[in-house]
Ligand binder design. Structure first.
Ligand code: CO
Length: 212
């Protein structure tokens, strides 16, 4: 069997295992989704969102891109955030980066990687802004891991500055944004402690004023 066929075979086995003992499982799930969490993570194949936090189908809304970036001009990412927040009413947005991120490493180097260099420009800017503290870290891996952490914090801030998230807070919706980072070497998530769940935490200049 070729490897691509084995995926379909795996799928049949999985579907059967999910319905053994609960024949209605997929029919019930198909009626609606009501996830409480939105995950914004890296596309890296070693960080499968649902698996690392032990959530079942229907429990986690997921958006992944290279290096878990949130650009205010990214229609794809912002549409996911808008749908998750305004329609699904998720209560938590988790930005989860990971140590050893290839996107972060690429942004730190001056090597040309093609179109992806444009996507990663946000991390390059972040690196330049923090180069003094980062360059004082002698070990290269530790240095890039620190930038992985800073990148997560940056994306948490970017989300808190969107009108989508601020609209939710203005309307009294419970919504917290979390910054986490996953370790490829131990499978453990580290909470970076940068939770933002209220408009007061957003610097004034980035708060959209509302009437009344
Ligand atoms: Co990555």
């Amino acid at each position: 069997m070729s490897s691509i066929d084995s995926l379909l075979e795996n799928n049949r086995t999985w579907s059967q295992s999910m319905t053994s003992g609960r024949p209605d499982y997929f029919r019930q799930l198909a009626k609606q989704q009501s996830p409480k969490f939105l995950w914004i993570g890296c596309g890296d194949s070693r960080v499968p969102a649902n698996e690392v936090v032990g959530l079942m189908p229907g429990e986690l809304f997921v958006h992944r891109n290279v290096a878990n970036l949130v650009y205010p001009s990214d229609l794809n990412c912002l549409s996911v955030v808008q749908f998750a927040v305004a329609v699904l009413k998720v209560e938590h947005i988790i930005v989860c980066g990971h140590y050893g991120c290839g996107g972060v490493k690429a942004a730190m180097s001056s090597q040309h990687h093609g179109l992806i260099d444009s996507w990663l420009s946000k991390i390059k800017d972040l690196y330049v802004r923090n180069h003094e503290s980062l360059d004082s870290i002698a070990d290269q891996e530790t240095r890039s891991d620190r930038l992985c952490e800073l990148n997560v914090v940056e994306q948490v801030e970017a989300l808190s500055r969107t009108s989508i998230v601020q609209d939710a807070w203005y309307s009294g919706q419970n919504l917290a944004i979390h910054g986490w980072i996953y370790g490829l070497k131990d499978g453990l998530i580290n909470d970076l402690g940068v939770r933002v769940d209220h408009l007061d935490q957003v610097p004034e200049h980035y708060r959209f004023q509302r009437e009344g």
